[in-house]
Design a protein around this ligand. Structure first.
Ligand code: GDP
Ligand code: MG
Length: 162
């Protein structure tokens, strides 16, 4: 089965930066994949022999902390079609009420959920990781989307057997 990784998180946590890192310039290939709506931003990622689709849920509200805005229609649709859910948080900002709402919502989907702590380059990693752990989504995965660090380990964890 084709793995589909949905990137979910509050505005500005770094979803699009991670999307671009994981997919580089492979967007063009995705246009040819059947059965996918053009409404969402898809990209093809590869690590070794592993191919996976990434969905950037960019359609979220940019201002509000309200759950209805966070979980816009596009995000819900992306969550439904995903095989793996990645909740991104901003390691610099700490865990917010919005992150907690998203964690609850994602957990309820009954799919594997991974907690990704981004911007680890701009914070004290140990503190950010300890706080993230409180979200109850297991061991948080530290990355810097901007620097490209932690990404191989992230994919290895999410897609262990290809
Ligand atoms: P999105 O709204 O979740 O898609 O977030 P973006 O990808 O647009 O990133 C929001 C801001 O965070 C931008 O200014 C990025 O450059 C910055 N950003 C993203 N990833 C990182 C990171 O790993 N480290 C740092 N320091 N900044 C980051
Ligand atoms: Mg974005």
């Amino acid at each position: 089965m084709q793995a589909i990784l949905a990137l979910v998180g509050r505005p500005n946590v770094g979803k699009s930066t991670l999307f671009n890192r994981l997919t580089r310039s492979r967007d063009a290939l995705v246009a040819d994949l059947p059965g996918l709506t053009r409404d969402r931003k898809y990209g093809l990622g590869r690590l070794g022999e592993r191919d996976y689709l990434v969905v950037d849920t960019g359609g979220l509200g940019e201002e509000s902390d309200e759950i209805d805005t966070l979980m816009g229609e596009q995000t819900r649709a992306a969550m439904r079609e995903a095989t793996h859910l990645l909740l991104l948080i901003d390691g610099r900002a700490g865990v917010t009420a919005g992150d907690e709402m998203l964690a609850t919502e994602l957990r309820a989907m009954g799919k594997p959920v991974y907690l990704v702590v981004n911007k680890i380059d701009a914070t004290t990693p140990a503190t950010a990781m300890a706080e993230a752990y409180r979200l109850g989504l297991g061991e948080p995965l530290p990355i810097s989307a901007v620097r490209g660090s932690g990404l191989d380990r992230l994919i290895d964890t999410v897609l262990p057997d290809g």
